[in-house]
Structure formats: C-alpha cells, structure tokens
Design a protein around this ligand. Structure first.
Ligand code: G6Q
Length: 548
C-alpha cells in the first residue's frame, strides 16, 4: 500500500491550524454579515471565484479574510495537496477496501497514463466507451432490433444506490437533450410496485433492460432482474430473446454469465470506481442511450475540466477546496448539522437526492483512517429541493428557525425553456433569498413598515444565514458534469480534513447481509425461528401471521 495512504497523521484537533480556528471562531462567530458587507464595499466581488464557466459567490458566508487564511492552512496541514495527487495517480487511498479511487480516470483523455498495480487503465476506459458508443448508436437508430424484429422503444435501468441514483439524476437533468422517441424508466426498489408500475404500459418486444450492478449480487437488483426476465419471456417465449433484450453493466463477468447475459452485451467497469462515483462509467449507459454519445462525451469533458481545476489550481482559487473548507467550518465550528442544496432549475430536481448519497455515504463515518473514533463532527446531512418549491415549505425554518443551515443555491443565466418572464422570476427568487437570508430584516425596519408592536418579533428576520451561490450559463451535459465534479471533490476535501475513508461504505454492506438472514425466517407461521431481540421477533411473528 502507498506511503500517502497509510502515513501516520497528526490528529486533526492537534493541528496548529485547527487550534487557531478554534480561537478564531470565538472572535468571529457573532459577526453579522450586515457588518461584514458594510465594512468592505468590495466584499461581494472580492469573495468570488470564476472558473470553468462557474461563478462562485461565497461572500455571504460568515468568514473573514483571517478565517479563509486559517482554513487554507488547515487544508495544507492536512496534506490535501498530497492526497489529491495520491487519488489522481491511482494510489490505494480507499484503505479499508485496499482499492485505488479513480473515477477521475473515467474522464481522462485517450493517451493519458494512469496506472493501477503497474497497468495503465485509460485504454480500457476508452475501449468500453467506444463499445457503449457503438451500442448506443445502434439502439438509437433502430438498427438494434428486439427478438421479434421490432425496434427498441423503451429502456429500463435496473440498479440501486450508486447504480441508480446517478443515472436517474443525469437522465432527468439532461432530458432536454434526450432522444424523445425512446422512453426511459428506472427500477431500483425491491417492491413489486416499482417494477409493475414501470412496465405496465410497455411491450416486452420493444423493451430493453440494462441490469446495472457492480457486484451483480445485490438482492434488490438481482430480484428485479429476475422479474424482468420472467416478464420478457412470458411474451417472447424463447430464452434466446434474453440476448436481444438484456445487457449488463458490471465488474462481475462470472455472475453476468450465470444470469444468462452474453458477455458480448456486458459493459465493464472496475473495482476502482466506487458506486456513487460511477455515473460516468458504463453505469451511465442509460444516460448515453438517452442523450447520445457526443453529449455523453461532452459531459465527461465537463467532469474533466473540474478535475484539472481541482488538481492544479491554488487552493485560494480552487472551487471544490473552498466549498469543502466552508462545509468543515460550519460543521465543526458552528455545529451546523445540515446543508441545503437548492438548485433553481427544474431539470435538477433529482440533484439533491443524488448528492445525498455522494456526500453522506462518503463522509458519514466516525472512524479515522487510523481506526480511531473521531472527536469532532464529520459529514453533515445534505438535503434539498429544486427552487422555488422549497420556498413555500421548509424555507421558513431556514429563515426564522433556531438552526443554522448553510445553503447552496445554483442558478443558470439562460433557461432551456424560455416562457414569458418565467426565468427572470425564478432567478429573482435566487437572488432575493440569498439577500434575505444574509441581511434579514431588523425590528426597526419592521416597525417602519407600520407593523404593530406585538407583531414585530414575529416579523423580524435575524439574517446572518450563510449561502453559496453558483451561477452558470446554461444547463448542458458539460455543465452538469462540472457541477457533479465540484461536489465530488468538495466531498474529497472534507474527507481529507476529517481523516476518514470517503470511499468505503460498510454501513451499506451491513444492510445487504441483514435482510438476507431474515428473509428465510418470514415463511411459515408460529414462533419465529431466528434468534433476535424481543422487538424484532415480535415484528417477524406478526408479519408471518398476517401474510398467511
Ligand atoms: C455506492 C454503494 C452502493 C452501491 C449499491 C449497488 O457507493 O456502494 O450504493 O452502489 O449498493 O451496488 P451494486 O452496483 O453492486 O449492485
């Protein structure tokens, strides 16, 4: 294993920058954004960065120049630069699974050399991309026929977690660019309803299933895949039809073959691609089928632009580094427990759900790389909703509740569907919310509006609620790639500071094992056979009785 991955680290709370930040927090935590802006007329232009077509305004954060300086020191003292290099060059930084972490290789240009165990992985990446391209072209053009000779009109991705959330999000986000005579559906849940509803109006003769599973052993996906097989063969009545209606995306050739899918119809990826980092691997096959190979490659180029930015830009101008450090600042010093992700773009409505997995599965850890329990908070809860819907529900709590919730606003200067004044109204809301959250409304201002004294406290907005604003030109495949990569690398930055393994997921593995154990105990009646606590035993027994 690499030196960087296993190097003994100074505990986070012993780093000089951490201690300095603790002392600094005491001095600055009560400063109000109103005063910070009043005392620095340039603040709204100074605390911004523009890179790769993304304008990032972080001026409405509760920071001073000194805060930034100390946070950047923290990044340096945490070895962030070395850790970035270790990731990009294929060191096995996922220490608990002894794996390299190379989603960045998925968007590396042909000709780049990135080695894992002495072997350059880039040619294999492009070989799979080329096969995906060829396959996508054939399906999109109608050259690929179903078993009975009809063209494929429906594509259903069966996968869960990292093998579902990225594809769903990307399909929704880039629907504008998709081939509209193809229908796309996604089945993830192990719930008959999910499959039944997704297929109820479809004809098996025109339907193709992509079975997406890194391991090809996940209970939900394998159960749904079997259901899909039965559903298809009920109509197509011939095992040979599987080759025309099923393709697999997996790292597990053996299990794919066992399922009956021809490996000629298998699109490979590798153990150095984590599930939640896999939307631009072959797991993105449904995305490529929807938007076409050229758009898919444009998306990869967007990812790549941010990879290069993250790797080579000095930290003070580095978007993901600044984003990650701000998250650490609020999580560990202000005790903020959540981050709200608020894209003002209807096509990005699944983006918060996607980010929940990316951020929370990556940094929801309480043990350091050295196996010690942390004595500081790690990954906050990410949640959110596309604007302006949230404004009419939970924004109340952000404005006037008792919790501090940093918000990420994302907006686009141009809309893909210009409709009257809609876009101006949408964007006016982004700007107005950021302004209101930062500056609020004082009692004097409320009184001056003629509010009766008894109502004044209810109508006061304290303000000082921090926000980031990301302004992009237009939602395109490339800009989506950039946005996702920003968060990927922000998550990485946080994980490095917190000294955790952002790339394992033992909590997910546990769930996979537990259900398998109980499922066999649900049949029959009378006392439950397994040995569980009294609560679980009673629940199992009630279920056994009720299901009959
Ligand atoms: C992601 C996780 C998890 C995984 C799913 C599906 O990082 O590992 O969400 O993607 O459990 O796993 P398979 O792709 O192996 O079916």
């Amino acid at each position: 294993m690499s030196a960087t991955a296993t190097a003994v680290q100074t505990p986070l709370t012993s780093l000089p920058a951490w201690k300095a930040l603790q002392a600094h927090y005491e001095k600055v935590h009560s400063l109000h954004l109103r005063d910070l802006f009043r005392n620095d007329p340039q603040r709204g232009t100074r605390l911004t960065v523009e890179a790769e077509g993304i304008y990032f305004d972080y001026s409405k954060h509760r920071i001073t120049d000194e805060t930034l300086r100390l946070l950047l020191d923290l990044a340096r003292q945490s070895g962030l630069h070395e850790r970035i290099e270790a990731m990009f060059t294929g060191e096995k930084i996922n220490v608990t699974e002894k794996r390299a972490v190379l989603h960045t290789a998925l968007r590396a240009p042909r000709g780049e050399v990135i080695k894992v165990d002495g072997e350059n992985v880039v040619p294999a990446v492009h070989e799979v991309l080329d096969r995906m391209t060829d396959f996508s072209n054939r399906v999109r053009s109608g050259a690929w026929k179903g078993f009975t000779g009809k063209r494929i009109r429906n594509v259903i991705n069966i996968g869960i977690g990292g093998s579902d959330l990225g594809p769903v999000m990307a399909y929704e986000a880039l629907r504008y660019y998709s081939q509209r005579d193809l229908t796309f559906r996604f089945v993830s849940n192990i719930d008959g309803t999910a499959f039944a509803e997704a297929t109820s109006d479809l004809d098996p003769e025109e339907t193709m299933f992509i079975i997406s599973s890194k391991t090809f052993t996940t209970l939900e996906t394998m159960t749904n895949a079997q259901t899909a097989r039965d559903w298809s063969l009920r109509k197509l009545k011939d095992e040979r039809a599987v080759a025309k209606h099923f393709v697999a995306v997996s790292t597990n050739e053996k299990e794919v073959t066992k399922f009956g899918i021809d490996t000629a119809n298998m699109f490979e990826f590798w153990d150095w691609v984590g599930g939640r980092y896999s939307m631009d691997s072959a797991i993105g096959l449904s995305t490529m089928l929807a938007i076409g190979p050229e758009n898919f490659r444009a998306m990869l180029a967007g990812f790549r632009a941010i990879d290069e930015h993250f790797r080579h830009t000095p930290f003070e101008k580095n978007l993901p580094v600044l984003m990650g450090l701000l998250t650490v600042w609020y999580t560990d010093f202000f005790g903020a427990e959540t981050v709200a992700v608020l894209p003002y773009e209807q096509f990005l409505r699944r983006f918060p759900a996607y980010l929940q997995q990316l951020t929370m599965e990556s940094n929801g850890k309480h043990v350091t790389l050295a196996g010690e329990r942390v004595n500081y908070a790690t990954g906050p809860i990410f949640w959110g909703e596309a604007g302006t819907n949230g404004q009419h529900s939970f924004y109340q709590l952000i404005h006037q509740g008792t919790r501090l919730i940093p918000c990420d606003f994302t907006g686009f200067s141009k809309t893909l569907h210009p409709l009257g004044e809609d876009h101006d109204l949408l964007m006016a809301n982004v700007f107005a919310q950021g302004e209101a959250l930062a500056f609020g409304k004082t009692a004097e201002e409320v009184k001056a509006e003629g509010t009766p004294d008894w109502l004044v406290p209810h109508r006061v907005f304290e303000g000082n609620r921090p926000t980031s604003t990301f302004l992009l030109d237009e939602l395109t495949p490339a800009s989506l790639g950039k946005l996702v990569a920003l968060y990927e690398h922000s998550v990485f930055t946080q994980g490095v500071i917190w000294q955790i393994d952002s790339f394992d997921q033992w909590g997910v593995e546990l769930g996979k094992v537990l259900a398998k154990k109980i499922v066999g105990e649900l049949e029959g009646s009378g006392p439950a056979p397994g040995s569980h606590d009294t609560s679980t035993t009673t629940l199992i027994e009630r279920y056994r009785k009720a299901r009959g």
